[in-house]
Design a protein around this ligand. Structure first.
Ligand SMILES: [Zn+2]
Length: 386
Protein backbone atom coordinates (compact mmCIF):
# COMPACT_ATOMS: atom_id res chain seq x y z
CA UNK A 1 0.00 0.00 0.00
CA UNK A 2 1.43 3.39 -0.92
CA UNK A 3 2.04 5.90 1.84
CA UNK A 4 0.27 8.62 -0.12
CA UNK A 5 -2.86 6.54 -0.44
CA UNK A 6 -2.99 5.59 3.20
CA UNK A 7 -2.74 9.16 4.40
CA UNK A 8 -6.01 10.04 2.72
CA UNK A 9 -7.83 7.05 4.17
CA UNK A 10 -10.27 7.34 7.03
CA UNK A 11 -12.08 4.82 9.23
CA UNK A 12 -15.22 3.61 7.47
CA UNK A 13 -17.22 3.80 10.69
CA UNK A 14 -16.09 6.99 12.45
CA UNK A 15 -13.82 8.84 9.96
CA UNK A 16 -10.68 8.83 12.17
CA UNK A 17 -7.69 9.27 9.80
CA UNK A 18 -5.21 6.49 8.95
CA UNK A 19 -7.14 3.34 9.86
CA UNK A 20 -4.83 0.42 10.69
CA UNK A 21 -7.26 -2.49 10.44
CA UNK A 22 -9.39 -3.97 7.68
CA UNK A 23 -12.64 -5.91 7.74
CA UNK A 24 -12.05 -8.43 4.98
CA UNK A 25 -15.65 -9.52 4.39
CA UNK A 26 -16.99 -5.95 4.55
CA UNK A 27 -14.34 -4.42 2.30
CA UNK A 28 -13.62 -1.50 4.64
CA UNK A 29 -10.69 -0.06 6.58
CA UNK A 30 -11.30 0.75 10.25
CA UNK A 31 -9.57 2.43 13.19
CA UNK A 32 -8.38 0.69 16.38
CA UNK A 33 -11.43 1.72 18.39
CA UNK A 34 -13.94 0.57 15.83
CA UNK A 35 -11.92 -2.62 15.34
CA UNK A 36 -12.41 -3.48 19.01
CA UNK A 37 -16.16 -3.35 18.42
CA UNK A 38 -15.90 -5.40 15.20
CA UNK A 39 -13.97 -8.07 17.09
CA UNK A 40 -16.64 -8.28 19.77
CA UNK A 41 -19.24 -9.09 17.09
CA UNK A 42 -17.38 -12.21 15.95
CA UNK A 43 -16.02 -13.43 12.61
CA UNK A 44 -19.51 -14.18 11.27
CA UNK A 45 -20.08 -10.40 11.32
CA UNK A 46 -16.63 -9.05 10.60
CA UNK A 47 -13.30 -10.69 9.82
CA UNK A 48 -10.66 -8.21 10.95
CA UNK A 49 -6.98 -8.18 10.04
CA UNK A 50 -4.29 -5.65 10.88
CA UNK A 51 -2.99 -3.96 7.73
CA UNK A 52 0.68 -4.38 8.57
CA UNK A 53 0.94 -6.79 11.53
CA UNK A 54 -1.12 -9.63 10.06
CA UNK A 55 0.29 -11.73 7.20
CA UNK A 56 -1.80 -11.20 4.05
CA UNK A 57 -2.09 -12.94 0.75
CA UNK A 58 -1.27 -9.96 -1.53
CA UNK A 59 -4.31 -10.60 -3.74
CA UNK A 60 -6.64 -10.60 -0.73
CA UNK A 61 -5.28 -7.27 0.50
CA UNK A 62 -5.64 -5.95 -3.04
CA UNK A 63 -9.29 -7.06 -3.07
CA UNK A 64 -10.05 -5.24 0.20
CA UNK A 65 -8.29 -2.07 -0.94
CA UNK A 66 -10.10 -2.06 -4.28
CA UNK A 67 -13.43 -2.40 -2.49
CA UNK A 68 -12.58 0.32 -0.01
CA UNK A 69 -11.25 2.75 -2.62
CA UNK A 70 -14.30 2.15 -4.81
CA UNK A 71 -16.63 3.10 -1.99
CA UNK A 72 -17.81 -0.32 -0.74
CA UNK A 73 -18.65 1.40 2.53
CA UNK A 74 -21.69 2.98 0.89
CA UNK A 75 -23.20 -0.53 0.67
CA UNK A 76 -23.36 -0.68 4.48
CA UNK A 77 -24.37 2.99 4.86
CA UNK A 78 -26.67 3.33 1.87
CA UNK A 79 -29.63 4.78 3.78
CA UNK A 80 -27.42 7.34 5.51
CA UNK A 81 -26.56 8.89 2.15
CA UNK A 82 -30.17 9.96 1.80
CA UNK A 83 -30.53 13.57 3.04
CA UNK A 84 -33.81 12.57 4.69
CA UNK A 85 -31.92 10.35 7.13
CA UNK A 86 -29.99 13.37 8.41
CA UNK A 87 -33.29 15.04 9.16
CA UNK A 88 -34.46 11.98 11.07
CA UNK A 89 -31.38 12.15 13.30
CA UNK A 90 -29.74 9.00 11.92
CA UNK A 91 -26.04 9.58 11.43
CA UNK A 92 -22.76 7.69 11.39
CA UNK A 93 -20.28 7.78 14.26
CA UNK A 94 -17.72 10.58 14.34
CA UNK A 95 -14.17 10.68 15.75
CA UNK A 96 -15.27 12.41 18.95
CA UNK A 97 -17.89 9.80 19.80
CA UNK A 98 -17.23 7.45 22.72
CA UNK A 99 -16.57 3.78 21.91
CA UNK A 100 -19.32 2.88 24.36
CA UNK A 101 -22.10 3.39 23.69
CA UNK A 102 -21.98 5.56 20.53
CA UNK A 103 -19.57 3.78 18.19
CA UNK A 104 -20.64 0.37 19.45
CA UNK A 105 -24.31 1.02 18.78
CA UNK A 106 -23.62 2.43 15.34
CA UNK A 107 -21.36 -0.47 14.33
CA UNK A 108 -23.87 -3.05 15.57
CA UNK A 109 -26.68 -1.37 13.64
CA UNK A 110 -24.49 -1.09 10.54
CA UNK A 111 -23.07 -4.63 10.30
CA UNK A 112 -25.11 -6.81 12.62
CA UNK A 113 -28.61 -5.51 11.88
CA UNK A 114 -27.68 -4.25 8.38
CA UNK A 115 -29.88 -1.30 9.30
CA UNK A 116 -28.60 1.00 6.55
CA UNK A 117 -28.32 -1.49 3.66
CA UNK A 118 -30.56 -0.76 0.68
CA UNK A 119 -33.31 -3.38 0.66
CA UNK A 120 -34.70 -4.78 -2.54
CA UNK A 121 -38.42 -4.20 -3.09
CA UNK A 122 -40.20 -6.92 -1.11
CA UNK A 123 -41.38 -10.04 -2.86
CA UNK A 124 -43.66 -12.74 -1.57
CA UNK A 125 -41.21 -15.56 -2.00
CA UNK A 126 -37.86 -15.04 -0.25
CA UNK A 127 -36.27 -18.11 -1.75
CA UNK A 128 -36.96 -16.77 -5.21
CA UNK A 129 -35.22 -13.54 -4.28
CA UNK A 130 -32.13 -15.35 -3.03
CA UNK A 131 -32.02 -17.41 -6.22
CA UNK A 132 -32.45 -14.29 -8.30
CA UNK A 133 -29.61 -12.53 -6.48
CA UNK A 134 -27.39 -15.59 -6.83
CA UNK A 135 -28.03 -15.65 -10.58
CA UNK A 136 -27.06 -12.00 -10.80
CA UNK A 137 -23.91 -12.79 -8.84
CA UNK A 138 -23.20 -15.57 -11.29
CA UNK A 139 -23.11 -13.17 -14.23
CA UNK A 140 -21.42 -10.29 -12.36
CA UNK A 141 -18.27 -12.15 -11.29
CA UNK A 142 -17.19 -12.30 -14.93
CA UNK A 143 -16.49 -8.55 -14.77
CA UNK A 144 -14.15 -6.58 -12.56
CA UNK A 145 -16.96 -4.81 -10.73
CA UNK A 146 -16.32 -5.97 -7.18
CA UNK A 147 -18.76 -3.63 -5.42
CA UNK A 148 -21.71 -5.07 -7.34
CA UNK A 149 -20.79 -8.55 -6.16
CA UNK A 150 -20.31 -7.45 -2.57
CA UNK A 151 -23.69 -5.71 -2.73
CA UNK A 152 -25.33 -8.90 -4.04
CA UNK A 153 -23.63 -11.00 -1.36
CA UNK A 154 -24.72 -8.53 1.32
CA UNK A 155 -28.31 -8.91 0.15
CA UNK A 156 -28.22 -12.70 0.37
CA UNK A 157 -26.71 -14.04 -2.87
CA UNK A 158 -25.08 -17.44 -2.26
CA UNK A 159 -21.36 -17.66 -3.04
CA UNK A 160 -21.70 -21.42 -3.70
CA UNK A 161 -24.86 -21.14 -5.81
CA UNK A 162 -24.90 -23.91 -8.40
CA UNK A 163 -26.62 -22.60 -11.52
CA UNK A 164 -28.59 -25.57 -12.89
CA UNK A 165 -28.66 -24.15 -16.45
CA UNK A 166 -24.97 -23.27 -16.64
CA UNK A 167 -23.94 -26.22 -14.54
CA UNK A 168 -21.41 -24.38 -12.40
CA UNK A 169 -20.85 -21.92 -9.51
CA UNK A 170 -19.81 -18.23 -9.55
CA UNK A 171 -16.26 -19.24 -8.63
CA UNK A 172 -16.00 -21.40 -11.77
CA UNK A 173 -16.94 -18.32 -13.80
CA UNK A 174 -14.49 -16.02 -11.99
CA UNK A 175 -11.67 -18.58 -12.30
CA UNK A 176 -12.24 -19.10 -16.00
CA UNK A 177 -12.24 -15.32 -16.55
CA UNK A 178 -9.11 -14.80 -14.43
CA UNK A 179 -10.96 -12.41 -12.10
CA UNK A 180 -8.57 -12.65 -9.15
CA UNK A 181 -10.29 -10.16 -6.84
CA UNK A 182 -13.71 -11.67 -7.53
CA UNK A 183 -12.32 -15.08 -6.61
CA UNK A 184 -10.88 -13.64 -3.38
CA UNK A 185 -14.22 -12.06 -2.49
CA UNK A 186 -16.25 -15.18 -3.28
CA UNK A 187 -14.01 -17.39 -1.16
CA UNK A 188 -14.25 -14.98 1.80
CA UNK A 189 -17.99 -15.63 1.53
CA UNK A 190 -17.43 -19.38 1.55
CA UNK A 191 -17.12 -20.33 -2.14
CA UNK A 192 -15.41 -23.71 -2.51
CA UNK A 193 -12.40 -23.82 -4.90
CA UNK A 194 -12.75 -27.61 -5.06
CA UNK A 195 -16.45 -27.74 -6.01
CA UNK A 196 -17.11 -29.78 -9.17
CA UNK A 197 -19.19 -28.37 -12.04
CA UNK A 198 -21.40 -30.50 -14.28
CA UNK A 199 -18.25 -31.71 -16.06
CA UNK A 200 -16.65 -32.67 -12.73
CA UNK A 201 -14.13 -29.83 -13.06
CA UNK A 202 -13.23 -27.44 -10.24
CA UNK A 203 -12.52 -23.69 -10.32
CA UNK A 204 -8.85 -24.62 -9.80
CA UNK A 205 -8.97 -26.75 -12.99
CA UNK A 206 -10.42 -23.86 -15.00
CA UNK A 207 -7.93 -21.28 -13.72
CA UNK A 208 -5.05 -23.65 -14.61
CA UNK A 209 -6.53 -24.50 -18.00
CA UNK A 210 -6.90 -20.81 -18.91
CA UNK A 211 -3.28 -20.14 -17.97
CA UNK A 212 -4.00 -18.25 -14.74
CA UNK A 213 -1.49 -20.25 -12.77
CA UNK A 214 -1.07 -17.75 -9.92
CA UNK A 215 -4.83 -17.76 -9.41
CA UNK A 216 -4.92 -21.56 -9.53
CA UNK A 217 -2.12 -21.75 -6.92
CA UNK A 218 -3.93 -19.24 -4.73
CA UNK A 219 -7.17 -21.24 -4.96
CA UNK A 220 -5.32 -24.35 -3.81
CA UNK A 221 -3.97 -22.31 -0.89
CA UNK A 222 -7.51 -21.19 -0.03
CA UNK A 223 -8.70 -24.79 -0.18
CA UNK A 224 -6.25 -25.65 2.60
CA UNK A 225 -6.71 -22.38 4.48
CA UNK A 226 -8.01 -24.01 7.64
CA UNK A 227 -5.27 -26.58 8.16
CA UNK A 228 -2.57 -24.18 6.90
CA UNK A 229 -3.61 -21.61 9.49
CA UNK A 230 -3.51 -24.19 12.27
CA UNK A 231 -0.05 -25.40 11.23
CA UNK A 232 1.23 -21.83 10.97
CA UNK A 233 -0.15 -21.04 14.42
CA UNK A 234 1.88 -23.88 15.91
CA UNK A 235 5.17 -23.68 14.06
CA UNK A 236 5.19 -20.63 11.79
CA UNK A 237 5.31 -22.76 8.65
CA UNK A 238 2.84 -23.69 5.94
CA UNK A 239 2.93 -26.66 3.58
CA UNK A 240 4.30 -26.05 0.09
CA UNK A 241 1.26 -26.97 -1.98
CA UNK A 242 3.11 -26.43 -5.25
CA UNK A 243 5.25 -29.44 -4.47
CA UNK A 244 2.23 -31.53 -3.55
CA UNK A 245 2.74 -31.16 0.19
CA UNK A 246 -0.65 -30.40 1.70
CA UNK A 247 -0.24 -30.98 5.43
CA UNK A 248 2.26 -30.17 8.13
CA UNK A 249 1.53 -31.93 11.39
CA UNK A 250 3.80 -30.56 14.13
CA UNK A 251 4.45 -32.66 17.20
CA UNK A 252 4.98 -31.57 20.76
CA UNK A 253 8.58 -32.04 21.82
CA UNK A 254 7.31 -32.77 25.31
CA UNK A 255 4.81 -35.40 24.36
CA UNK A 256 4.57 -37.06 27.76
CA UNK A 257 1.41 -35.08 28.41
CA UNK A 258 -0.29 -36.00 25.16
CA UNK A 259 0.07 -39.63 26.00
CA UNK A 260 -2.08 -39.35 29.10
CA UNK A 261 -5.24 -41.47 29.20
CA UNK A 262 -7.28 -38.29 28.92
CA UNK A 263 -5.50 -37.18 25.76
CA UNK A 264 -5.79 -40.65 24.25
CA UNK A 265 -9.53 -40.67 24.98
CA UNK A 266 -9.92 -37.21 23.44
CA UNK A 267 -8.02 -38.29 20.35
CA UNK A 268 -10.17 -41.39 20.00
CA UNK A 269 -13.33 -39.31 20.35
CA UNK A 270 -12.06 -36.94 17.67
CA UNK A 271 -11.47 -39.85 15.32
CA UNK A 272 -14.97 -41.22 15.85
CA UNK A 273 -16.71 -37.93 14.96
CA UNK A 274 -18.65 -37.90 11.70
CA UNK A 275 -16.99 -35.84 8.99
CA UNK A 276 -19.64 -33.18 9.45
CA UNK A 277 -19.09 -32.82 13.22
CA UNK A 278 -15.34 -32.97 12.75
CA UNK A 279 -15.50 -30.12 10.24
CA UNK A 280 -17.56 -28.06 12.67
CA UNK A 281 -15.05 -28.64 15.45
CA UNK A 282 -12.15 -27.79 13.12
CA UNK A 283 -13.90 -24.56 12.14
CA UNK A 284 -14.45 -23.68 15.80
CA UNK A 285 -10.77 -24.29 16.55
CA UNK A 286 -9.86 -22.15 13.52
CA UNK A 287 -11.99 -19.30 14.93
CA UNK A 288 -10.30 -19.70 18.31
CA UNK A 289 -6.85 -19.56 16.68
CA UNK A 290 -7.96 -16.40 14.92
CA UNK A 291 -9.21 -14.93 18.19
CA UNK A 292 -5.94 -15.72 19.98
CA UNK A 293 -3.75 -14.40 17.14
CA UNK A 294 -5.81 -11.25 16.66
CA UNK A 295 -5.70 -10.68 20.41
CA UNK A 296 -1.91 -10.89 20.29
CA UNK A 297 -1.71 -8.41 17.39
CA UNK A 298 -4.22 -6.19 19.14
CA UNK A 299 -2.14 -6.09 22.35
CA UNK A 300 1.13 -5.64 20.47
CA UNK A 301 -0.18 -2.67 18.52
CA UNK A 302 -1.96 -0.90 21.39
CA UNK A 303 1.22 0.02 23.22
CA UNK A 304 -0.49 0.19 26.62
CA UNK A 305 -2.99 2.72 25.38
CA UNK A 306 -6.22 3.38 27.19
CA UNK A 307 -7.98 1.19 24.64
CA UNK A 308 -6.75 -1.94 26.37
CA UNK A 309 -9.51 -2.20 28.90
CA UNK A 310 -11.84 -4.95 29.94
CA UNK A 311 -14.48 -3.65 27.59
CA UNK A 312 -12.27 -3.93 24.50
CA UNK A 313 -10.90 -7.40 25.22
CA UNK A 314 -12.57 -10.39 23.52
CA UNK A 315 -12.17 -13.09 26.22
CA UNK A 316 -13.86 -15.90 24.26
CA UNK A 317 -15.59 -16.45 20.93
CA UNK A 318 -18.66 -14.23 20.58
CA UNK A 319 -22.01 -16.03 20.11
CA UNK A 320 -22.89 -16.88 16.54
CA UNK A 321 -26.71 -16.88 16.41
CA UNK A 322 -26.67 -19.35 13.51
CA UNK A 323 -25.14 -22.04 15.72
CA UNK A 324 -26.86 -24.12 18.40
CA UNK A 325 -26.37 -23.08 22.01
CA UNK A 326 -24.43 -26.32 22.63
CA UNK A 327 -22.02 -25.45 19.85
CA UNK A 328 -21.67 -21.86 21.05
CA UNK A 329 -20.89 -23.10 24.56
CA UNK A 330 -18.31 -25.53 23.20
CA UNK A 331 -16.72 -22.70 21.19
CA UNK A 332 -16.46 -20.50 24.26
CA UNK A 333 -14.88 -23.28 26.32
CA UNK A 334 -11.93 -23.30 23.90
CA UNK A 335 -10.72 -20.07 25.54
CA UNK A 336 -10.15 -22.01 28.78
CA UNK A 337 -7.53 -24.29 27.20
CA UNK A 338 -4.04 -23.23 28.23
CA UNK A 339 -1.35 -22.91 25.55
CA UNK A 340 -0.21 -26.54 25.87
CA UNK A 341 -3.69 -28.02 25.91
CA UNK A 342 -4.76 -25.91 22.97
CA UNK A 343 -1.65 -26.84 20.98
CA UNK A 344 -2.39 -30.51 21.64
CA UNK A 345 -5.94 -30.09 20.37
CA UNK A 346 -4.75 -28.23 17.26
CA UNK A 347 -2.23 -31.00 16.51
CA UNK A 348 -4.94 -33.65 16.92
CA UNK A 349 -7.20 -31.73 14.53
CA UNK A 350 -4.37 -31.46 12.00
CA UNK A 351 -3.43 -35.12 12.10
CA UNK A 352 -7.05 -36.20 11.90
CA UNK A 353 -7.71 -33.81 8.99
CA UNK A 354 -4.85 -35.42 7.17
CA UNK A 355 -6.06 -38.92 8.02
CA UNK A 356 -9.55 -38.12 6.78
CA UNK A 357 -8.30 -36.50 3.59
CA UNK A 358 -5.71 -39.07 2.69
CA UNK A 359 -7.47 -42.04 4.22
CA UNK A 360 -4.29 -42.83 6.16
CA UNK A 361 -4.36 -44.63 9.46
CA UNK A 362 -2.90 -42.53 12.27
CA UNK A 363 -1.30 -45.62 13.74
CA UNK A 364 0.76 -46.20 10.61
CA UNK A 365 4.26 -47.43 11.28
CA UNK A 366 5.83 -44.33 9.73
CA UNK A 367 3.97 -41.98 12.01
CA UNK A 368 4.86 -44.03 15.06
CA UNK A 369 8.55 -44.12 14.23
CA UNK A 370 8.70 -40.40 13.62
CA UNK A 371 6.95 -39.66 16.87
CA UNK A 372 9.35 -41.82 18.85
CA UNK A 373 12.41 -40.41 17.15
CA UNK A 374 11.44 -36.82 17.63
CA UNK A 375 10.30 -36.94 21.20
CA UNK A 376 13.78 -36.39 22.58
CA UNK A 377 14.37 -33.03 20.93
CA UNK A 378 14.08 -29.80 22.84
CA UNK A 379 12.19 -27.72 20.27
CA UNK A 380 8.77 -26.63 21.34
CA UNK A 381 7.30 -28.34 18.33
CA UNK A 382 8.41 -30.49 15.47
CA UNK A 383 7.12 -30.92 12.02
CA UNK A 384 7.50 -33.68 9.53
CA UNK A 385 6.40 -32.34 6.20
CA UNK A 386 5.07 -34.75 3.66
ZN1 LIG B 1 -13.34 4.26 13.71
Amino acid sequence: MSKRLRNSEVCADCSVPEPRWASVNRGVLICDECCSVHRSLGRHSSQVRHLTHTPWAPTQLQMVQTLYNNGANSIWEHCLLDPASVMSGKRKANPQDKVHPNKTEFIKAKYQMLAFVHRMPCRDDDSFTAKDLSKQLHSSVRTGNLETCLRLLSLGAQANFFDPEKGNTPLHVAAKAGQVSQAELLTVYGADPGAPDSNAKTPINYARQAGYNDLADRLVEIQYELTDRLAFYLCGRKPNHKTGQHFIVPQMADSSLDLSELAKAAKKKLQSLSNHLFEELAMDVFDEVDRRETDAVWLATQNHSTLVTETTVVPFLPVNPEYSSTRNQGRQKLARFNAHEFATLVIDILSDSKRRQLGNSTTSLKGKVLEDNERTTSDTCRYNGD
